[in-house]
Design a protein around this ligand. Structure first.
Ligand code: URA
Length: 436
């Protein structure tokens, strides 16, 4: 097979055969196909798209590029959960132990944050002692014993995606439905669970800006899963405003702890309940929705979800004293209250701007090599629709950086504009549930 001929075919809108796609992915991983040829392939896909069969072949080729972990023989049904990412998204910290407390296995490999979005692994690492790097035996052992483990993927889980994603990032070829779906689904399918639930975020702070794009992705992911014998269920949720009040690693852990104690912010509780319901739908076809919600609420109210959370964190080496007394979690040396400059109603709380501000305060990384400050971030005291008076505190900034705070204050105010309008309840973040 000649790479140039495959590229010509795709450039001209042809349909590639599965073995041609496998040839490209294998060659790229082995180094016999250089970056510039793979970039040409990615750009041709951006322009011409892929048929379902091509997308499936790409997903399979990516899975075949590395190791797989089978989590299906653990004596209970297993489920993986994935969020396409957003600002303040700490849902895994609540729903993974919650669903485990209902008798399922939740093995999860998670990534680090980059840019304005946070990563679950960074949030967990803000708990002193928590180990994110586990070998397969330890990982599966914790899942079997406790019901949940969350670790970083090893280098050899879908290595093709690591290479291809970095290349796409540098060649403006990230935004392509088949490339996104094969990238996400290959990583989910490489950790073989009985079912998969996807939280597809929609909005300015998310990967998908319109509900139509999110729906297309959900349907494609469900079809890929179905063809490969895995049940996928999707929740579409809004990411125009940050999720919950806290943005930043240790601050988000504190908010997750409060939520596990039944004291979470309304929007975050709604997303946790729907994400857990989506997981139950994926696990139990024909689930009665009311019964599902009642099991979910009972797991929180009874304290069972909280107990599993503590056991899981302890099993991965985390210091549980910091969970019982969150003042022992990393603390920023500076807190800055940002007051409303005049009376008004918060017309929007812009997730993207706040994600960037949290990153500036030290909570996120601009490049993969940057280190982060686990204590840095923002706690919001307003939601879209809140009426404030001049001088009311809209948010508190947490940082250990020295320097002039006026720019940060201005950025926060720009992200939470005030208008003359009646106050109103914040809209529900739950947009749609899509099953097989
Ligand atoms: N997230 C991924 O893992 N891959 C993509 O292509 C886009 C978002």
């Amino acid at each position: 097979m000649r790479t140039v001929e495959i590229l010509e075919k795709k450039r001209d809108g042809g349909v590639l055969a599965a073995d041609e796609i496998h040839f490209l992915v294998e060659g790229y991983c082995e180094g016999t196909i250089p970056d510039y040829q793979m970039a040409a392939f990615a750009m041709a896909v951006v322009w011409h798209g892929m048929t379902f069969e091509e997308t499936l072949a790409l997903t399979e080729a990516m899975i075949d590029s590395g190791d797989t972990i089978d989590c299906r023989g653990l004596g209970k049904k297993s489920i993986d959960k994935h969020s396409t990412g957003g600002v303040g998204d700490k849902t895994t910290l609540v729903v993974a132990p919650l669903v485990a407390s209902l008798g399922y296995a939740v093995p999860k490999l998670s990534g680090r944050g980059l840019g304005h979005t946070g990563g679950t692994i960074d949030k967990l690492e803000s708990i002193p002692g928590y180990r994110t790097s586990l070998n397969q035996e330890t990982f599966l052992g914790i899942v079997q014993r406790i019901g949940v483990a969350v670790a970083s993927p090893t280098e050899n889980i879908v290595p093709a995606d690591k290479l291809l994603y970095a290349l796409r990032d540098a060649t403006a070829t990230v935004r392509s439905l088949p490339l996104i779906a094969s990238s996400i689904m290959s990583k989910k399918l490489a950790v073989a669970t009985d079912a998969i639930s996807l939280d597809v975020k929609v909005g300015e702070g998310a990967f998908f800006h319109t509900i139509a794009e999110a729906r297309d992705f959900a349907h494609l992911a469900i079809r890929i899963g179905d063809t490969m014998g895995r049940r996928v269920h999707c929740m579409l949720s809004a990411m125009d405003a940050p999720l919950g009040h806290a943005i930043g690693n240790a601050l988000e852990v504190q908010e997750a702890i409060a939520t596990l104690h039944g004291m979470g912010p309304e929007d975050f509780v709604a997303v946790c309940e729907s994400a857990a319901l989506s997981m139950l739908h994926a696990l139990e076809p024909g689930l009665n929705e009311e019964e599902g919600i009642s099991r979910i609420r009972d797991a929180i109210a009874s304290g069972r979800a909280w107990s599993v959370f503590r056991e899981w964190i302890a099993a991965q080496g985390g210091d549980v004293r910091t969970l019982d007394d969150p003042s022992l979690l990393p603390q920023a040396s500076r807190t800055i209250d940002v007051a409303a400059p005049h009376d008004g109603t918060i017309s929007a709380v812009h997730a993207l701007m706040l994600g960037h501000l949290a990153m500036t305060l030290g909570a996120g990384r601009e490049t993969k090599e940057d280190s982060i400050d686990p204590s840095a971030g923002i706690v919001l005291h307003v939601t879209p629709g809140t009426a404030v008076r001049a001088g009311d505190v809209m948010a508190t900034l947490y940082t250990s950086l020295t320097g002039d705070e006026s720019q940060w204050v201005e950025q926060l105010r720009a992200a939470c504009p005030l208008e003359k309008m009646p106050s109103h309840a914040a809209p529900s973040p739950i947009l749609e549930m899509i099953g097989a």
